[in-house]
Design a protein around this ligand. Structure first.
Ligand SMILES: NC(=O)c1ccc[n+]([C@@H]2O[C@H](COP(=O)([O-])OP(=O)(O)OC[C@H]3O[C@@H](n4cnc5c(N)ncnc54)[C@H](O)[C@@H]3O)[C@@H](O)[C@H]2O)c1
Length: 356
């Protein structure tokens, strides 16, 4: 690396705010530029990170020729494709929050632009930067538990966070929650490929919105390994953004059982009762330390750009993850097993049913 990087962040809400602080603290970043449409939030983050520029117009960041890399953390998720397309076309390396797009065609287009211009393009699947998930990957790579037989991940978040997500866009628990665990399982099982998907949804408190509370997905890999993923977003309130995950990886010579339920810290106060701190999925700053995966993920992207290293999440794998959750939604709609790859008519059917 010759000079420190000039980096832009579009959308400095929850995740973008974390990434902005991580960038501001990193010696890899020379200049930081932020864009956020809510002026009060723009000001709040600017006060924390002292950016070179702060604007409510994200297109100014894309038009700035000095900016080499952009992190796109805006919501709603309909912003992801047009912002990423514009940033890549302007020659910026991009770290984009999941989901990478709404349709497979959009995903293909983004991958093609990035590849044709030799740009780093990656998706923020933060959970790969958790030590537990990294340990599972290492264990399989080193053969510690032999050959994989089955993988199970069950993830639930609170109804409070679930409401924030499902109020802004009608995407399923597969697309918005299970996507993390599909990414994790596919990364774990590389180079195996998924061949069949079956999914069922169950309705509860979100029925009035036409959104399921829970979705169960079974993915069969080309060598017969079976992946089961459960995702829900209607846990009763415990801690804001509380997320709980249970992971089982069964192998021929061993098994790995991982409790990522975040019940290891119980804070009980007379005013607020029991809470489970440090249980958010991206993690959070605790004074001088960061508890969770998102800070490390942000630095990893900066390092990939600065030292021309590979990115952690290959966008082609993120595209495969997208195909799996679209297949899961189609399977749940039809009550049938769906074979991969998805046919164009099937993609059309699932997108029109989601109103995309
Ligand atoms: N990897 C993880 O652990 C994780 C966790 C939560 C969310 N996410 C993903 O990250 C993304 C961001 O989620 P969040 O919870 O931070 O959302 P958020 O709503 O808190 O923040 C998004 C911000 O984007 C801003 N914005 C909207 N349109 C804009 C525009 N045109 N220009 C500039 N700013 C704009 C909003 O005002 C808001 O502040 C989502 O797509 C979500 O799927 C990932």
């Amino acid at each position: 690396m010759s000079e420190p990087l000039s980096v832009g962040i579009i959308g400095t809400g929850w995740c973008g705010g974390i990434r902005a602080i991580a960038c501001a603290n990193s010696p890899l970043v020379g200049e930081l530029h932020i864009a956020e449409i809510r002026p009060e939030r723009l000001q709040e983050v600017a006060d924390q990170v002292h950016p070179a520029t702060a604007t409510t117009n994200w297109e100014e960041l894309v038009a700035n020729p000095d900016i080499q890399a952009v992190m796109i953390s805006a919501t709603p998720e309909t912003t992801h494709y047009p912002m990423t397309k514009a940033a890549l076309e302007a020659g910026k390396h991009v770290l984009l929050e999941k989901p990478m797009a709404l349709t497979l065609d959009e995903a293909d287009e983004l991958i093609e632009i990035a590849e044709s211009k030799g740009l780093k393009f990656t998706i923020g699947y933060s959970q790969r930067f958790n030590s537990k998930q990294a340990f599972a990957k290492k264990s399989l790579r080193e053969g510690t538990i032999g050959e994989p037989v089955s993988v199970l991940v069950s993830r639930h978040i609170t109804r409070q966070l679930g409401k924030k997500i499902s109020d802004r866009i009608r995407l399923s628990p597969a697309a918005m929650e299970a996507t993390h665990d599909i990414d994790f399982a596919m990364w774990l099982l590389e180079p195996r490929r998924p061949v069949r998907v079956y999914s069922q949804v169950a309705y509860g408190i979100k029925k009035d919105q036409g959104v399921p509370d829970t979705q169960i997905i079974v993915v069969t890999m080309d060598d017969g390994v079976v992946v089961t993923i459960g995702a829900g977003w209607s846990l009763p309130l415990g801690y804001p953004n509380f997320s709980t995950t249970w992971i089982e990886v069964i192998g021929t010579d061993g098994a790995l059982l991982m409790d990522a339920s975040h019940k290891d810290i119980v804070l009980n106060t007379t005013s607020r009762g029991v809470e489970f701190p440090l249980s958010t999925m991206p993690g959070e700053y605790v004074d001088h330390v960061y508890a969770g995966p998102m800070e490390r993920e942000t630095i990893h992207f900066l390092e990939a750009v600065a030292y021309d290293r590979p990115v952690m999440v290959d966008p082609r794998l993120a595209r495969q993850t997208m195909e799996i959750y679209l297949a899961a939604d189609l399977s749940a709609d039809r009550g049938e097993v769906v074979t991969l790859p998805l046919q164009p008519a099937e993609v059309e059917a699932v997108l029109s049913s989601a109103g995309a």
